[in-house]
Every structure is written in C-alpha cells, then in structure tokens.
Ligand binder design. Structure first.
Ligand code: HOZ
Length: 428
C-alpha cells in the first residue's frame, strides 16, 4: 500500500528540516499536512493518495505551459539519451541563449547558472565590479534568493515564517544592503542623497511577487531608471519570476523600462533547475573568462535544463501570452465578483498570469500593506480550497500562477470551489 501524505510527512520530518527542501512547502503558515505529489499533468497535481487538485503553484512559476507538456517531455527524452551533462559547451546552450537575447533587447549576452539565487548573487558581484562600489539598494519584502547579502528584509518564505533577518548572515554581509520601500521613489532618493557615490546598484522585482503580487505604480520603474542613471549606479531587474511570464520579453517589455542587468530562472528551465543573468556586451565582458569577475558552475548550461527551457519558450509565442492574459483576467474578474458577492474585504492583484488574493485590504502597494493583510483568513481559505480540490500556494505572501493548461472549464471549476471556500472560511 502506498504511504499517505501524513505518513510521508512524518518520515520526512525525521530526515529533512521541516520535512521539506524549501520552507514554504511545509504548510507552517496555513497549518495541516503538505500533500505529497505523485505526479502532475497539465494544470493538475495528483497526490500520493490519488486525489486530484487544480494547481496554482505551478512549481512557483516555471510550469507556464502546464505540467508534463508533450513537447517539453519529448525534448527532454531526446536530450536524455544523448547524455545528461558534459562539462563542455553544447548546441542547446547556444540556442537557449539566442532565444533569450532575441526576446530581451537589454540582454546582449547571457550567462547560464543553476538557480535564481545564483543568478542574483552573480549579478550583484558583476554590478559591484563594474561600478567599483559596494552598496546596493533592495526593497523591503522583495525576495532575490537566499544569498547572504540579499536575505535582509526578504519576502517569500522569510515573510511567510515571520522570521527576522536570518541568523548566520554576518553583520558584514548585510552592511552593504540598503532597504527602500517598494513603490516609494522618495525612499530611494533619500538613500541616494545619503550615500549615492557608494551605491553600485538598485535591485528590484519589477512586479513584486514574493510579498504576494504587487504591481509597480505608474512611474516607479521609470523613476528607478532615472535615479540610477543620475547616480551612475546600475539597475538590476530580478525577472526570475516575471521573465517570460508577464510578457514575451518579461516585465521590462510590459513596462517599457530597460535595466542594465537582468536575472532569470524558473521558466527558462521549463521545470528543471536553472538561472541566468545578462546585460549589455560591455557589462557582460567583465565576466570570466572575458573579464576578471569570476563565476563558474559544474552543471551550468546543463543540456536537460536547456532543452526543457527551449521547448517551453518555443510554445510561448505572442498568441500564448494573449491566451494567458485572457484566462488570468477571467479568473481575477471571477474572484472579484465572488468577493463582492460575499462582502468580504479583500483585493485581487494581478499582472499577467500571476495574481494574489489579499484578505482584509483594498489595495496592497508595499510590504507593510502585505503584512497587514489578514493571513489568518488566508489560511482558512487555503484549507477550504484544498478540501475542494484547488491547490493554492500555501502562503498569503506568494503568487498564484496560471498556465496555458488552465482552460475555461478549469477556471469555472476554480470559481465554483472559491464560492464554496469563501462561504466555509468566512462564514459569509
Ligand atoms: N521562494 C520560492 C517561492 N517564492 C520557492 C518556494 C519553494 O519552492 O518552496
């Protein structure tokens, strides 16, 4: 007999911290037992007990064309038989690099790495080397992976677990991290007024996705561009989440603002571990072996990850983004209608195919708003949705991801489940 999720979770907790390999998955903020997933197909997860869920985790972003897409599986099968890692250059790296550069004009060259964390860590080193400065500005509640200097006032799991900044990060590692408020240009200007000549870069998620989805207010990204230009600092867009998610060319295409360096991950690996960073040829020429900034990786440019990413991007043509927009708008509009119907104070914030439902707030513009949302109500709603067969991300600080596999019938079913879950969880 197959072990249940509860059995597996009990075993896992003896073997891995919290029973998981990434903290949010442990359900700490929503309670209960994480579902152990047996397999996934299209927009569905199937747990080890055979229950089927409509999936809005989407592996936290990569699964934009749906799970086990035939074209991605075919590309992986073909590649697998030719060897899984060479430690030498291969054709697929060239093809994926070309596809990325074709979509993102600010990236003239790209370096593949193995995770978003690695991409951001390397981008920051590059920005410091190019400018000869040490400090950088990040935003309260934005999450850029778990490198020491970036684990300061971070979102995602850090916010979900209500942790203060992580022990183990030395004061030295955090000293060069300056914190501004998302959507508040004055907070950025104040930091630059104080120490502009020491600041190498501003790093931002152009659409915040790790405090829940918070869109940039009109003028915010443009303002960051002009402040960084004025002070000769670099602008880094962390598009690990938004890259090829919110538009064919990412958030920088959607909002018409070009950063100096872009970090990528998630979608460009099609569900396999990957990351990338890039910028102009002038900036990227600093990276070894062209230049002196060192960064390397045994599995970087891994053929399986390249194949899955390339197959995924090939599916993501202009029509795909229209479909994603249409389905995502249908879901968001439906959620809005249901929330109005039950007279629950909440808002749905969406950019493209990523959205978050915040309870107890009419609008969320920054991390203090996100923190002030009703996370207890979210936990009740999450459990009611799970019972109804819809698997949301298990935290009110995360984005729900819609894929091309979320068709009309799936969205309608999600909304029917939402109606019931709102009634059960709010008593309305
Ligand atoms: N930190 C990511 C979500 N924003 C990944 C979480 C996970 O994979 O558990």
């Amino acid at each position: 007999m197959t072990a249940s999720s509860a059995d597996l979770f009990a075993q896992a907790q003896q073997l891995m911290p919290g029973g998981v390999n990434s903290p949010v998955r442990a359900f700490r903020s929503v309670g209960g037992t994480p579902r152990f997933i047996d397999h996934a197909e299209g927009c569905h997860l199937f747990d080890v007990e055979g229950r089927k869920y409509i999936d809005y985790i989407g592996s936290w972003g990569p699964m934009i064309v749906g799970h086990a897409h035939p074209e991605v599986c075919e590309a992986l099968e073909q590649t697998l038989r030719r060897g899984t890692s060479f430690g030498a250059p291969s054709t697929l790296e060239v093809e994926l690099a070309r596809e990325i550069i074709d979509r993102v004009p600010s990236m003239e060259m790209v370096r593949m790495v193995n995770s978003g964390t690695e991409a951001v860590m390397s981008a920051l080193r590059l920005a410091r080397a190019v400018t000869g400065r040490n400090k950088f500005v990040k935003f309260d509640g934005c999450y850029h992976g778990h490198a020491d200097a970036l684990l300061v006032k971070a979102g995602s799991g850090v916010a979900t677990l209500g942790l203060p900044d992580s022990p183990g990060v030395t004061p030295g590692a955090a000293a060069d991290t300056l914190i501004a408020t998302f959507n508040d240009l004055e907070s950025v200007e104040a930091i630059f007024r104080d120490g502009g000549p020491e600041i190498a870069a501003v790093i931002v998620e152009p659409v915040a996705g790790n405090m829940g989805v918070v869109p940039p207010q009109p003028g915010f990204l443009e303002g960051l561009r002009s402040i960084t230009h004025e002070h000769e600092a670099l602008l880094i867009f962390d598009e690990v989440m938004t890259g090829f998610r919110v538009a064919r060319g990412g958030a920088q295409e959607l909002f018409g603002v070009q950063p100096d360096i872009t970090t990528l991950g998630k979608i460009i690996g099609g569900g396999l571990p990957v990351g990338a960073y890039g910028g102009s040829s002038r900036i990227m020429a600093q990276i070894a072996p062209m230049g002196p900034v060192y960064q390397a990786g045994t599995l970087s440019g891994n053929p399986l990850a390249m194949a899955a990413g390339l197959a995924t991007l090939k599916i993501l043509d202009r029509q795909a983004y229209l479909t994603l927009e249409q389905q995502s708008a249908k879901l968001a509009d439906g959620l809005d209608r249901l929330l109005t119907g039950v007279k629950v104070s909440a808002c749905v914030q969406r950019v493209g195919s990523m959205l978050t439902l915040f309870f107890g707030k009419q609008k969320v513009s920054d991390f203090s708003d996100a923190r002030a949302a009703d996370h207890t109500q979210f936990a009740r709603f999450f459990q009611a949705m799970l019972q109804a067969g819809v698997h949301l991300p298990p935290s009110g600080y995360e984005a729900w991801f819609i894929s091309l596999a979320h068709d009309d019938a799936t969205i309608d079913l999600t909304l029917a489940c939402t109606q019931r879950a709102l009634r059960v969880s709010t008593g309305a």
